[in-house]
Design a protein. Sequence first.
Length: 92
Amino acid sequence: MRHTSNGRKKKTNYWTTPKKKVPEFKPYVAPDTFRRATPDYPSADSISYGSTGGTLTSQEKRDISSNYTIAPAYNKGAYQVIGPKNIKDIGK
């Protein structure tokens, strides 16, 4: 078929397709296995945590929390923990 559907004559090079270049085969060379430059450090022990190295007793928790005050934030509905140095600033 040398003409389009509207009657225009097609160029002759529409019928020939250019030959595709076959790429040259290059075998895959696997790189060496990745080795860490620094030594491997294990994760922290999940059983002990904090500066005390374990859990605090309820008496220790009460002693620590007795140093802090809980008050509503200024013009807000949420409460905040206030340290002993900032008690004078409550409600400002």
